[in-house]
Ligand binder design. Structure first.
Ligand SMILES: Nc1ncnc2c1ncn2[C@@H]1O[C@H](COP(=O)(O)OP(=O)(O)OP(=O)(O)O)[C@@H](O)[C@H]1O
Ligand SMILES: [Mg+2]
Length: 608
């Protein structure tokens, strides 16, 4: 979708490199400024030590040459040994710094990965459901999530090398400038073909990434099916595993094959760019030899300049390859920044705080569709949900029951009309405060595979340790006895993947879910979307007895396909193709002989 495209798209490759560098550095800085500074300073220091190292070597060599055959050993050995000692200390320091830098980098990359994951989760939890459901969003988000670990390392390496290369390059070029400005310029000039080639390959890599993105997606999907435990049984019975594995292998090698072609081209081009460099070194070397022979410079200086010459071009090559490596993360960083800057349409802050609900919720001529270009799902709904009433919603599959519930909880904003609570439009109410009023069990609710206590206690996270109250909620859905019989009782993990964990059945999960809703005591409106669709009749009877006798101050709205429970509600709303076509108590609707009466009779007949 157009509106989801990021604001930052740079055409020029250098701009892209700069953008990527800047954004990664900014993120690192935000995560831990002191650590980042330390990492950069350390890398810079390492580069800074290049010059003293070279210079000490020059001093040692000059002294050695000047003192060949000197009989006064004592006067020579001590000063030279002193220089050698400093030189060795410097080398050891550089080595220690280098391994320390490597260690810090690894640490930084892990932290970076964790922080990115947390940022993603935090941001995701604040976005509108409508945004999250967008397929374009999903594609990009999945890609960001999948790549975060690999990219974290891939970005940290080159980023922290840059200060060292830059300072190393500047200091060695400075040395060469002393020798002859033309030689310094020469080093820069012979690096130009490398820049040109790298630039060309930046573009090629980018095209390659674009070209292979769909392949990566296919591979990701297949691998997801292969390892997702939900599919184990089905994969086995359909004997899909071999087929999927070979499909994955094909796609994988297709990508690798294309990558190989490109890398090979790049290697050849790299070799070609080295030819002018080699010629230049030969000339520079001859020039140095002439300077030595004509006694213009010492042997030590010869060594110093020669080392500087090599180091300058190595640093330059290191710098360009680091920038290239950073560039490889452009698409990822662009997507990440786009994601982190996404704005939720429903704001978390501002709006009125609510007191206890006095009258209830009203829905006035509400129209709703999921996508701007989609069809209407709710078409002019009018309904009241007064405080304390127990209301059932019935209707065929796809009629719009779950949608109505999502609109009530303001998970989506309505397209037309309004949802109001005590006469205040929900759009004017503080969003988190509004959600405090609700306890919801969605039709496609998720299992919390933590301990039984947590799975129920998450209904009100502040009371997650109140075991007595958690047990009371579980008892209302008939789960207390079962949980008490488990090896670790309420501390038993509800997943066989954990030690002493158990696997709940579909109906048991629903009962845990209902217990979670019941545990959320602060909620004034309880919404349950087909809460007992998998629950056995006896348990269902018990649960509805509990639900319906719940405090007069709480409103309960539930969706159900079982008319034996629906009939016990104070009022029943019949939804049909996005409209409420009938409403009233069971007896009233039966008398009406409309859709409700027909569906009820149909189900009742099945039991005769
Ligand atoms: N997130 C969504 N994006 C787009 N369309 C959706 C979405 N959720 C539901 N729909 C569509 O809205 C319509 C109503 O769906 P809804 O889930 O509200 O029906 P329902 O009455 O709860 O059905 P069921 O009895 O099967 O639970 C369906 O046509 C469905 O395809
Ligand atoms: Mg539904």
């Amino acid at each position: 979708m157009r509106r989801l495209l990021p604001k930052v798209i740079y055409k020029d490759q250098f701009e892209q490199v700069f953008f990527t560098f800047r954004e990664i550095a900014k993120l690192l800085w935000k995560i831990n400024p002191r650590f980042t500074l330390f990492l950069f300073v350390l890398s810079g220091l390492w580069g800074l030590l290049t010059f003293p190292t070279f210079y000490l070597e020059k001093l040692i060599l000059d002294r050695l040459v000047a003192n060949i055959g000197n009989p006064d050993l004592e006067s020579v050995v001590y000063p030279i040994s002193f220089l050698v000692l400093i030189r060795v200390t410097l080398e050891v320091t550089r080595n220690i710094m280098s391994s320390f830098l490597g260690f810090l980098r690894e640490h930084a990359s892990k932290n970076f990965h964790i922080e990115i994951e947390l940022m993603l989760a935090d941001k995701l939890s604040r976005l509108d459901v409508a945004t999250i459901e967008d397929p374009d969003f999903q594609d990009r988000f999945n890609k960001i999530e999948r790549e975060a670990g690999r990219r974290a390392w891939g970005m940290m390496m080159p980023l922290t090398d840059i200060p060292n290369y830059v300072i190393g390059f500047i200091s060695t070029i400075g040395i060469l400038w002393f020798l002859h400005p033309l030689i310094a310029l020469g080093v820069i000039l012979i690096s130009l073909p490398t820049i040109v080639i790298d630039r060309k390959f930046i573009k090629k890599w980018y095209d390659f990434e674009l070209e292979t993105a769909p392949l990566h997606r296919i591979r990701g999907h297949v691998s997801h099916y292969l390892i997702r435990s939900r599919n184990y049984l089905e994969l086995r019975i359909l004997k899909l595993r071999e087929y999927l594995v070979s499909k994955m292998r094909l796609v994988h090698y297709d990508i690798v094959g294309r990558e190989l072609v490109l890398s090979r081209q790049k290697e050849y081009a790299g070799i070609l760019t080295q030819i002018p460099a080699l010629l230049f070194y030969a000339v520079a070397n001859v020039y140095l030899v002439l300077r030595v022979v004509s006694a213009k410079i010492t042997i030590g200086s010869y060594e110093l300049f020669l080392r500087a010459l090599l180091a300058a071009s190595q640093n330059f090559a290191g710098l360009t390859s680091s920038l290239l490596a950073i560039y490889e993360n452009y698409v990822f960083v662009r997507d990440l920044i786009w994601f982190l800057n996404l704005e939720s349409k429903i704001k978390e802050t501002g709006g009125k705080k609510l007191g206890k609900i006095a009258r209830g919720i009203e829905i006035k001529d509400v129209w709703f569709k999921y996508k701007p270009d989609g069809k209407w799902i709710l078409k002019g709904i009018n309904a009241n949900f007064p405080v304390g009433e127990k209301i059932a919603i019935v209707g065929e599959n796809g009629a719009g029951k779950s949608t109505l519930i999502k609109v009530l909880g303001r998970f989506y904003d309505v397209s037309r009309g309004e949802v109001a609570i005590d006469g205040i439009n929900v759009k004017d109410i503080n969003y988190p405060a509004y959600h405090d009023k609700f306890a919801v069990l969605f039709q496609d609710f998720d299992d919390y595979s933590f301990t039984a206590r947590e799975s129920i206690g998450y209904g009100d996270i502040n009371r997650v340790h109140r075991i007595a109250e958690i047990r009371a909620a579980a008892a209302k859905t008939g789960m207390d006895e079962y949980i008490e019989s488990l090896p670790l009782k309420y501390e038993t993990p509800l997943s066989p993947h954990f030690f002493k964990g158990v696997q709940l059945s579909g109906g048991q999960w629903q009962r845990v879910g209902i217990a979670r809703v019941l545990f959320r005591k602060k909620a004034e409106i309880l919404i349950l979307d087909e809460p007992t669709s998998n629950v056995d009749p006896e348990a269902e009877e018990k649960i509805f007895n509990e639900l319906l006798k719940i405090s007069k101050e709480k409103t309960i709205i539930f969706v159900s396909q079982r008319f034996s429970t629906v009939r016990r509600a104070d009022r029943i709303l019949v939804v049909d193709q996005g409209k409420i076509i009938e409403q009233g108590g069971h007896a009233e609707l039966m008398k009406k002989k409309g859709k409700y009466a027909r569906l009820f009779t149909l189900q009742a007949q099945g039991y005769k």
